[in-house]
Design a protein around this ligand. Structure first.
Ligand code: ITT
Length: 200
């Protein structure tokens, strides 16, 4: 016995992005019973009007806490491109003009970077996790993954900008590396391992 509680707690993840939810579930294993936003409130949505990852995470948490007293975790994440002064950042999911349209987002990014070459294509993924427990106590975790934007898409795994993001130290894109390898190095994987260490 380690002395830690062996009770499995319920965790509501304030996301409508099923890829994020799958990644979070895979990283957590069996230590939490994980539900998505729509499991708690069918059709729930929110306007991400915040100017920072933290503000947007708080919007998601507040939307869910109207429907549950269980622990809630929000992930606000995005791609920050050096040559675009950190854009799309908090606007990553609607960069191409249509919210959640990953195809358009990647097309728009490749077009914006068409005259940018070599080392100037640096970028990083960032993930901010905001956790609120049953009593309303708040904890934050973050993770980052550095890399560069490829000239074209490679691979079909993952989601979002994965086909054009090549992490430092890798010769393949995040969409070519498989879920386990992605989670081992990704912004979300890093932030989630901080969460696991920090929340018991
Ligand atoms: P929820 O708000 O419902 O969680 P969302 O996809 O809108 O879903 P965000 O507002 O946090 O989530 O936007 C994150 C966007 O950043 C996401 O849509 C992708 O475009 C990009 N992104 C974040 N993590 C990514 C990852 O691991 N791989 C590829 N793209 C990612």
């Amino acid at each position: 016995m380690t002395g830690h509680s062996t009770e499995t707690r319920k965790l509501i993840v304030a996301t409508n992005n099923r890829h994020k939810l799958d990644e979070i579930r895979a990283i957590l294993g069996t230590s939490w019973i994980v539900f998505g936003a729509s499991d708690v409130a069918a059709g729930i949505s929110w306007d991400e009007t915040g100017h920072t990852f933290l503000e947007n995470a708080r919007i998601k948490i507040n939307a869910l806490r109207r429907h549950t007293t269980d622990c809630v975790l929000a992930d606000d994440s995005g791609l920050c491109v050096d040559a675009l002064d950190g854009q799309p950042g908090v606007h990553s999911s609607s960069f191409g003009g249509v919210e959640g349209d990953h195809q358009r987002n990647v097309d728009h990014l490749l077009a914006a970077l068409k005259d940018v070459h070599g080392e100037r294509r640096g970028a990083h993924f960032y993930c901010l996790l905001l956790f609120v427990d049953e009593s309303g106590n708040e904890t934050r975790f973050e993770g980052r993954c550095d890399g560069h934007i490829a000239m074209e898409r490679h691979g079909t795994g993952g989601f979002g900008y994965d086909p054009v993001f090549v992490p430092d130290g890798s010769d393949v894109s995040m969409a070519e590396m498989g879920d386990e390898r992605k989670n081992a190095i990704s912004h979300r994987g890093r932030a989630m391992r901080e969460f696991i260490r920090g929340v018991r």
